[in-house]
Design a protein. Structure first.
Length: 157
């Protein structure tokens, strides 16, 4: 039997919709303002720095604590992808990210040992988390409500 084969009665009862023409398929690309694109790049850049810190200091962070870090990264990614998808619940996820980040700093006394090499990092991260929540709230309440121009489609050569 070929891969993907299904009995006729199953195929009739549970149809699978396929893309007939991949060249005319419209990809998911919600319209967004240039400010949202810029803020998304800031979010991705900070996330990249945080993950780089995790990978660079994995041995010193330790086994149970690295899962806390990983869970925080999950919340972080989910929060800013909700904003990029223009979902109004991005505020909730951003609030959870902010509370989790400040909670981690408070509980562990810093950001997973980063204070030893960068004594200013706790202050910078706390300010960033609060600013991130404020910016996301602004986007959800004001910027996402107005119509945005579709981004320019990239054509394959």
């Amino acid at each position: 039997m070929p891969t993907g084969w299904r009995p006729n009665d199953v195929a009739d009862k549970y149809p699978v919709y396929k893309i007939d023409d991949v060249y005319q398929f419209e990809k998911y690309n919600p319209a967004a303002s240039p400010l949202l694109y810029a803020w998304s790049w800031v979010q991705v850049s900070v996330l990249l720095l945080m993950i780089s810190w995790l990978f660079g200091n994995l041995a010193s962070i330790g086994s149970p604590t690295m899962f806390v870090y990983g869970f925080y990264v999950f919340i972080y990614v989910y929060a800013f992808t909700e904003l990029m998808s223009k979902n109004k619940y991005a505020i909730v996820w951003e609030f959870l990210k902010t509370i989790a980040g400040i909670g981690i700093i408070y509980y562990y006394g810093g950001w997973f040992g980063a204070d030893e090499s960068m004594p200013w990092i706790t202050t910078v991260l706390t300010v960033y988390l609060i600013l991130s929540f404020i910016v996301t709230t602004w986007f959800v309440l004001y910027d996402l409500r107005k119509p945005a121009v579709k981004s320019i489609a990239v054509q394959n050569a």
